[in-house]
Design a protein around this ligand. Structure first.
Ligand SMILES: [Zn+2]
Ligand SMILES: [Zn+2]
Length: 433
């Protein structure tokens, strides 16, 4: 064990890097297991060295895959109304939507809650099980590139919040049972998050392909672009802009994301257009004793508030109404401030960008709530729930705002600043120089 830790330490020797979010060039000293390096200019986490960097991701991924399998074998939730019992399994959240003629919505839900997380976990097992071996290296590089592309789209924890919101929504109407699969899914969610948090992109690429060699060592100060260097967006290696592709991962190199503002605004505008039908059209149709009630997102919040479920009403309001709106406004403001070069308080603006990237996926809660209620409440004329057309429009808004935030290049916020590093706020562990 001691030997393994030592080799990890030697592997992560002193190296040059540029910040992914502000393009500042610096030297990162060797990290001890459990340590992390932070950018002194914008406070972005540059890299970390988990205590068991090689073992942890694979062990947690295997555990998560087993839990995912278990969560599909047993009933997920059960419901009892007026002597009638109804069970639902996890995959029925998608198959029922398919039966209700909503294939796009079924695919969206199933992709984000099961398929993409399963693919990511399988990729981690494939990559980590053969780390350091030369055979199949090219294929493993491709797996690694895909792994980091897919991780932001795994919404397991958002789905779990969706389950909890659905349970509170129907708790007053029926008796609810939590099946074995529910607990397996909770464990799946925890182990998957643990596996993802144990991955360090830079360490992984270093183990697979070693460091990227630069012909002349750069001056570790100022912007990388000024020394004709850039941080590869895929493998996070510092590479020369003279080459078209990254020598380590073969990704196409750009000093800044091409047409970043145009792409960001185009995606944002499309999301804003979709946001109108998402709020006007019904997201859910409830049939009770033969009577149909159509509810919009805002109508659902008002209904929950009137029923006295204040915390759930607040969660749905924040996740479905406030977050998409705030996110769209925040991204527009960032784009505008880059466009007019009004770039004071850069650290604050970069924090806002990080926040918009982080919160975007949580809006998917309402879409998952619809999928769960449709699968669970199927008692014919007594009580049934059907999906409304706003559900797909709203899923579109969430996906488009996420893509829009991904298209924005935060380095543009720092591009006109003089070459100075302001001191980092107290209490931060700062090992980058
Ligand atoms: Zn930075
Ligand atoms: Zn690369």
């Amino acid at each position: 064990m001691k030997r393994h830790r030592r080799s990890t330490y030697v592997r992560s020797a002193v190296q040059y890097t540029a910040c992914h979010e502000c393009d500042w060039l610096m030297v990162v000293p060797p990290l001890q297991p459990g340590e992390q390096a932070v950018c002194p200019r914008c406070e972005h986490k540059l890299r970390s060295l988990p205590a068991e960097a090689r073992l942890q991701p694979m062990v947690y991924s295997i555990a998560a895959l087993i839990m995912l399998l278990c969560s599909n074998l047993f009933p997920f939730l059960g419901m009892m109304v007026k002597g009638m019992h109804q069970d639902m399994t996890l995959y029925q959240t998608a198959t029922t939507l398919l039966e209700e003629q909503h294939p796009a919505l079924a695919l969206t839900v199933y992709l984000f809650m099961q398929i993409l997380p399963a693919i990511c976990l399988l990729l981690i097992c494939l990559i980590y099980s053969r780390l350091g071996q030369w055979r199949g290296k090219r294929l493993r590089k491709r797996y690694t590139l895909w792994l980091f592309r897919l991780i932001p789209w795994c919404m397991v924890e958002v789905f779990l919040i969706g389950v909890l919101v659905s349970l509170i929504k129907i708790a007053s109407l029926a008796d609810i049972e939590l099946g074995y699969s529910f607990w397996a899914y909770v464990l799946f969610s925890l182990t998957m998050l643990k596996a993802f948090s144990a991955i360090d992109r830079d360490w992984l690429w270093w183990q697979q392909s070693g460091p990227v060699h630069l012909r002349t060592p750069p001056a570790p100060r100022g912007r990388a672009i000024d020394q004709n260097l850039t941080l590869c967006h895929a493998c996070h290696g510092l590479v020369s802009l003279k080459t078209h592709r990254c020598p380590r991962c073969q990704s196409v190199l750009h000093a800044r994301k091409p047409h970043s503002l145009q792409w960001t605004l185009a995606l944002l505008f499309t999301a804003a257009i979709l946001y109108i039908p998402a709020n006007i059209l019904p997201i859910m149709v409830t049939e009770s004793f033969g009577q149909q009630t159509y509810s919009t997102i805002l109508g659902g919040v008002v209904l929950l508030w009137d029923m006295g479920s204040y915390p759930v009403a607040l969660i749905i309001f924040i996740a479905s109404v406030l977050v998409p709106m705030v996110k769209m406004l925040a991204i527009s403001w960032l784009c505008w401030s880059v466009y007019v070069k009004r770039l004071h308080h850069r650290r604050g603006r970069t924090r806002l960008y990080r926040l918009t990237e982080f919160i975007g996926r949580w809006s998917m809660v309402d879409v998952f709530v619809v999928a769960i209620l449709v699968a669970l409440i199927r008692m014919g004329k007594l009580m049934s729930v059907y999906p409304g057309s706003a559900a797909l429009a709203f899923a579109g808004v969430v996906v488009l705002t996420m893509l829009s935030a991904m298209s924005f290049d935060p380095r543009l916020l720092w591009d006109t600043e003089p070459d100075t590093v302001q001191p980092v706020t107290e209490g931060k562990s700062d090992r980058a120089e």
